[in-house]
Design a protein around this ligand. Structure first.
Ligand SMILES: CC(C)(COP(=O)(O)OP(=O)(O)OC[C@H]1O[C@@H](n2cnc3c(N)ncnc32)[C@H](O)[C@@H]1OP(=O)(O)O)[C@@H](O)C(=O)NCCC(=O)NCCSC(=O)/C=C/CC(=O)O
Ligand SMILES: Cc1cc2nc3c(=O)[nH]c(=O)nc-3n(C[C@H](O)[C@H](O)[C@H](O)COP(=O)(O)OP(=O)(O)OC[C@H]3O[C@@H](n4cnc5c(N)ncnc54)[C@H](O)[C@@H]3O)c2cc1C
Length: 659
């Protein structure tokens, strides 16, 4: 007899009469039907492997056992690469990301940095000969590497890094030293116990002169015994807010000698006699970070998609309180307040994905031209990658926390998966460039462009400023113009602040520091303009059926209005917005909440996120929330016996002690 598949009746009702083809949205997000098929095959290939399932929930393991268990699964995943139906590159991309990879390696991937930064650093910083020497070993996992840049005393200020690499022309070697405790590398993933090699970023000294930060290939551990090599002091930094098996570690050097050829010399060189050959652009050694910032935008979007799916399905299963006196308790998704919490992040997942796709294309174009020696696109790529990484990570972290809060007490359970999702997304605010620092990098680029009237495609609006009447048109295209006016206006306000500070007699660095609040606002407005424009333009340019276009256009309109209502001061200040315009936008916003509400479950179903990837009893497709919560509670070691042994040891004596 076929087992009746349970489906929560409320979810079942939500799914009836869906006006659009969910598969079409799935294909749109995957990049085509073939990509969807490939992804599903890969997910089945990985998720059906019983050896990759956790015998007990990771929460109940020790720090060391969590690491060992995640390393076991991570190594097993690497063995599965060869037979993957999706090919190595696609499979690795999926396994290193926030979707399929996190479904298996819930506490973090001990070898993530090998693929996320070590290999990209070898490719981006190594000569053809150096790539030939090490890349094959890296791809074959004969060596495991990390990217060791941040130190105990410095993460942001790269020019302040202390690790030294001094060239010895007699032996034709570099001598690596950590001159102080603060010079110890601190944070690199996979460094604690896993990696045996690292690309180490160090201050290069030759002929008595410091030539700045450069990348060095360094062996850390013996390839057979895994013992640290002489002069290498390495270990793990301890528990963190999340990602506790990413194996973040520390690394100190006590006069470690490496051959000259282990300076990665794609962009700059040191000749045998110690002569330094400069790069065409001194920031090319920062290239690995640019690549990862671009990838971070996609990863935080996947995490946000998971959080929104969990919260949306749960909000349609959960019935609470009384809307109409005497009526049955309503689904909490029927409260406008709940829609206001969940539908903007739902819309944001599309906006961030489309912007991230746009940035990825820019990265590939820029990288190809830089490979030919053409640096023209680098400033725009740096500015945009900083802007989008900072915006997507901070907005996604806030939205994930809102999703967690929207699920009440059950959202606070570890098994809800919100703590892990939040731990992953909030880390992205800090790593790959702390967001405030990146905003200031963006502002530097905007001010320079506005003043010099020259810059890349993403800042063209600062050069060819639109002329004509400053009317307020609240169509999507008209709203993009409002965002553009705000972006220009806030840059001009920041520049006026800088000039005002200079007139007060501030030195340039003080004038800059005392304008930081305005500079950061201008940078954020620039980033929002990019996302809004990508969202509107991508929908205009896409071939979609009328029903799909209708729902995606509603989501787009909701999202671009949401940010106006959230930042209305900027729009009053710079975009000629009037009170009546804002009231009109507010009523449009609540109309859109009501219009999208009936399709919320169908939209998150279109994300096609398997239960194993969501990893949450609150968000399962069938909506069987309460039974699943109970099943999770039953796994607690404390529930294995009615009376825990500690009662007899501690509580009973207390109860009998008549204090
Ligand atoms: C904050 C930074 C960028 C400051 O760098 P600095 O050398 O001090 O440069 P300036 O601020 O003086 O700017 C000079 C000039 O250079 C341009 N520029 C800066 N960075 C880049 C770049 N990456 N690409 C291209 N151009 C760049 C800048 O625009 C200026 O141009 P002008 O024309 O205006 O002169 C730097 O210190 C920095 O990047 N800090 C952040 C460090 C960071 O990101 N660390 C990440 C470590 S790895 C990690 O976190 C891994 C995580 C694990 C995981 O991802 O899983
Ligand atoms: C989960 C995780 C994984 C990581 N993995 C790696 C890795 O694999 N490899 C690696 O090398 N590093 C790694 N890092 C380190 C990470 O790159 C740094 O933490 C990050 O660059 C921030 O630097 P910091 O920690 O020195 O913070 P700081 O820069 O000290 O930030 C402290 C405060 O100072 C402020 N601040 C700093 N400079 C300025 C300024 N110029 N203007 C205004 N405010 C400023 C910041 O905004 C922040 O509020 C990781 C970090 C985390 C959290």
């Amino acid at each position: 007899m076929t087992k009746e598949i349970y489906e929560n009746p409320d979810l079942k009702k939500e799914r009836q009469n869906c006006p659009f083809n969910k598969e079409e949205i799935t294909n749109f997000l995957d990049g085509g039907k073939e990509k969807t098929t490939e992804r599903r095959q890969l997910e089945t290939y990985i998720l059906s492997d019983e050896q990759l399932k956790d015998a007990v929930p990771m929460e109940y393991l020790s720090h060391a056992d969590k690491y060992a268990e995640e390393l076991r699964k991570s190594c097993l995943l690497m063995h599965k690469l060869a037979d993957s139906p999706a090919g190595q590159v696609q499979t690795l991309r999926a396994l290193m990301g926030a979707g399929l990879g996190s479904a298996i390696l819930k506490e973090g991937n001990p070898i993530a940095l090998h693929y996320v930064m070590f290999i990209p650093a070898l490719m981006g910083q190594g000569t053809v000969e150096q790539q030939a020497k090490w890349l094959e070993k890296a791809y074959n996992l004969n060596i495991i590497g990390t990217y060791a840049q941040t130190e105990l005393g410095h993460g942001t200020f790269l020019r302040g890094l202390e690790t030294k690499a001094t060239y010895d022309p007699v032996t034709k070697e570099f001598v690596l030293e950590s001159p102080s405790l603060t010079a110890y590398k601190w944070w690199p993933g996979s460094l604690g116990k896993t990696a045996n090699y690292a690309v180490v970023m160090a201050q290069l000294y030759t002929k008595g002169k410091c030539e700045g930060i450069h990348p060095f290939m360094v062996q850390l551990r013996d390839e057979e015994t895994h013992e640290p090599l002489p002069g290498i002091l390495v270990g793990e930094i301890g528990p963190k807010l999340g990602m506790n098996t990413n194996d973040n570690g520390y690394l100190g050097f006590d006069k470690v000698r490496i051959p000259r050829e282990q300076l990665l010399m794609k962009h700059s060189q040191v000749l045998e006699d110690g002569t330094y050959v400069k790069p065409t652009n001194s920031k090319l050694s920062y290239g690995t970070m640019v690549f990862v910032r671009v990838v971070v935008c996609q990863d935080v979007t996947v995490n946000l998609r998971k959080a929104v799916t969990i919260a949306t399905r749960y909000s349609c299963v959960r019935r609470q309180s009384e809307l109409k006196p005497g009526d049955r308790e309503p689904q909490v998704m029927d409260y406008q307040a709940q829609q206001h919490k969940l539908l903007p992040p739902l819309a944001a997942t599309f906006g961030f994905q489309l912007a991230a796709d746009h940035l990825w294309n820019l990265y590939n174009t820029a990288n190809n031209s830089m490979e030919q020696g053409d640096m023209e696109l680098l400033p725009d790529l740096h500015g945009l990658s900083c802007a989008l990484k900072a915006l997507c990570s901070s907005e996604a972290a806030n939205f994930v926390e809102t999703c967690r809060q929207s699920c009440g007490g059950h959202g606070y359970m570890s098994c809800s998966n919100f703590p892990r999702i939040y731990g992953q997304v909030t880390a992205a605010i800090t790593y790959e460039g702390e967001n405030t620092v990146l905003w200031l990098q963006v502002a530097r680029y905007l001010v320079k462009t506005r003043k010099e009237k020259s810059g890349g495609l993403s800042v063209k609006y600062l050069i060819d400023e639109e002329k004509g009447p400053r009317t307020v048109d609240t169509t999507p295209e008209g709203i993009v113009k409002l965002y553009r006016r705000v972006a220009v206006g806030l840059v001009d306000i920041a520049i006026a602040e800088l000039e005002n500070n200079s007139r007060k007699g501030y030195a340039p660095h003080d004038a800059w520091n005392h304008a930081a609040v305005h500079l950061i606002k201008a940078a954020q407005a620039h980033a929002r303009l990019f996302v809004v424009e990508s969202f509107v333009d991508s929908l205009k340019g896409s071939r979609l059926s009328a029903p799909v276009r209708a729902i995606l256009s509603q989501l787009c309109e909701l999202f671009i209005i949401y940010w106006i209502l959230d930042r209305s001061g900027d729009f009053f200040l710079c975009a000629n917005l009037k009170k009546e315009d804002l009231l009109q936008l507010n009523s449009k916003y609540v109309q859109l909440l009501a219009a999208i509400r009936p399709q919320a479950v169908n939209i998150v179903d279109s994300f096609d996120l398997r239960d194993e990837i969501l990893g949450s009893p609150l968000g399962c497709w069938d909506g069987n929330v309460y039974q699943r919560l109970f099943d999770e509670a039953a796994k607690s070691p404390l529930n294995q016996k009615n009376v825990h042994e500690s009662f007899h040891k501690y509580l009973k004596p207390l109860l009998k002690s008549n204090l």
